[in-house]
Design a protein around this ligand. Structure first.
Ligand SMILES: Cc1ncc(COP(=O)(O)O)c(C=O)c1O
Length: 487
């Protein structure tokens, strides 16, 4: 082995190497933050050609490895903090979240057992208790931090499935799936996140198990169609194991009518899971918290802090209303969460998670809440929602632009309308506008479909962005469109 110990440890040499590496990386980040471009504009082919791995027998050493990462990764990264980077539910991060990452990474705690993360385990449990209070659940700590919305939705659907079979005296955990699986359905709106389909496929029930409920003019689940779909399921001899409502659809930010859906689910003893990956941010809102009324009625909830809570990726949570349902995924591993530990009251969070080894992402939310305080947190969340309303108003005043839907959270769906051109040509033009802006490195605008209409999307999470920034961006959209029309 070489003389230099590469492990982070208490030795003076390791601590010096750590400080050097962090200092070098931090300085590179500072320079990158000041790059004026949102993106350097390289194409897929250019990056493929440019990025070459260099694994040598002797190793390059920390300094050169960092220099290479700066050159080939950092400089060509997307500046998510840039005012014109508004394509996705992809947030700029809090400074305190960066500080938390330093602590999370250096300590490398693992959340599966208490003996691998003593203080971290307790902090995560207290945060789950706090989140439950925000949702309006009863006191308790049923819930866990996750890698994000997809995993939280999987937990909701999996427990819904297993609770459904358990009511019929069958343990999926022990014996697997049984019966005519083609008759088992999950209902969600046409605008629910695709992770519902992916998770149902993963759970052995296939995409066929997902019945899509129509949406209203604002992309919200249509209650009369929900009622029709439930009646049709009965008539077809199908059994609905869960209704998945969305609080904040990915594009329109639509919030399904939670209380009404909850009442319909309760009447039929159907598990209600609410995917509040985006809209869950309104838990902290001063102006818009009431949009989430009814969330407390859900059997399980998805929250995502790497969206409008401005935490670094990854950071999500799953909340379970009735802790007894955790029994459905109970597994005891002698080395992690033994019966002996349980009798002693030792909390080993592996019992609550699909993951075994797991990052201490909860620290970011804890430090974020402490650093900002609830008021400032509320302000930066509300800012996006209010800005989207102002931008929508401005779009309606522009003759060449068309607002596709009134905003509900912090997104604006619109399109460029040329004077002539059929639907396909307008769709292609808007797609090309999005591509051309990214290729120029100046802006990242989303391209999506709303009710079959190809449109552009601004996801206005960034609280440092103001109406003037968005007006500039819309000018670029128009200029780009006119150029494409000329070409
Ligand atoms: C409504 C909704 N649910 C779930 C997800 C998936 O979340 P994640 O990317 O954290 O897995 C997304 C992602 O954008 C989303 O918009």
């Amino acid at each position: 082995m070489s003389d230099i110990n590469p492990i982070l440890s208490s030795s003076a040499q390791s601590i010096a190497a750590y400080q050097d590496a962090i200092e070098q990386s931090t300085q590179a980040v500072v320079a990158w933050l000041q790059q004026p471009e949102m993106y350097q504009g390289k194409t897929v082919e250019q990056l493929r050609e440019r990025i070459q791995l260099s694994f040598t027998s002797q190793g390059l050493g920390n300094q050169v490895a960092i220099e290479r990462a700066v050159e080939y990764f950092l400089k060509d990264s997307l500046s998510v903090h840039h005012a014109q980077c508004v394509a996705h539910l992809h947030c700029p991060s809090l400074v305190i979240s960066q500080a938390a990452e330093v602590l999370i990474n250096a300590t490398n705690q693992s959340m599966d057992s208490w003996d691998q993360s003593p203080s971290a385990t307790i902090i995560e449990m207290k945060l789950i208790e706090w989140l439950r209070q925000q949702v309006g659940y009863t006191a308790g700590d049923a819930g866990v931090f996750t890698s994000g919305g997809t995993q939280s939705n999987l937990m909701g659907l999996m427990l819904a499935r297993d609770a459904f079979f358990a009511r019929q005296g069958h343990s999926v955990q022990q014996h697997g799936l049984t019966g005519d699986l083609s008759k088992i359905k999950v209902l969600c709106s046409e605008n629910a996140h695709f992770s519902v389909q992916k998770n149902m496929a993963l759970m052995g029930l296939g995409y066929q198990s997902v019945t899509l409920v129509k949406t209203d003019a604002f992309s919200r689940m249509d209650l009369s169609d929900l009622s029709t779909k439930l009646a049709q399921a009965d008539a077809n001899g199908e059994q609905v194991l869960s209704i998945v409502a969305t609080a904040g659809t990915t594009d329109a930010g639509a919030i399904d009518p939670l209380a009404e859906i909850a009442a319909m689910a309760a009447e039929r003893h159907i598990w209600l899971h609410v995917d509040a990956a985006w809209g869950g941010a309104l838990l902290l809102s001063e102006q818009y918290r009431h949009y989430l009324d009814g969330l407390e009625l859900a059997d399980s909830v998805t929250l995502d802090f790497h969206k409008q809570f401005f935490q670094t990726i990854s950071c999500g949570a799953f909340l379970l209303k009735d802790a007894r349902h955790y029994e459905l995924m109970r597994y005891q591993a002698a080395y992690l969460n033994s019966g002996f530990d349980e009798e002693q009251g030792v909390p080993n969070l592996v019992s609550k998670s699909l993951q075994t080894t797991r990052r201490f992402d909860a620290l970011k939310l804890w430090m974020g809440l402490e650093a900002l305080g609830k008021k400032q947190y509320a302000e930066i969340i509300d800012n996006g929602v209010t800005l989207a309303q102002q931008v929508a108003q401005f779009v309606t005043e522009q003759p060449q632009l068309e607002l596709v839907m009134q905003p509900q959270l912090a997104s604006v769906l619109f399109r460029f309308r040329p004077e002539s051109g059929d639907a396909a040509a307008v769709a292609l033009l808007n797609q090309r506008i999005g591509d051309a802006l990214l290729a120029s490195g100046s802006a990242n605008v989303g391209v999506t479909e709303s009710d079959g209409v190809t449109c552009l999307k601004l996801t206005l999470l960034n609280p440092t962005v103001c109406l003037a920034d968005v007006k500039l961006l819309l000018e670029s959209v128009k200029a780009c469109a006119l150029q494409l029309l000329k070409a």
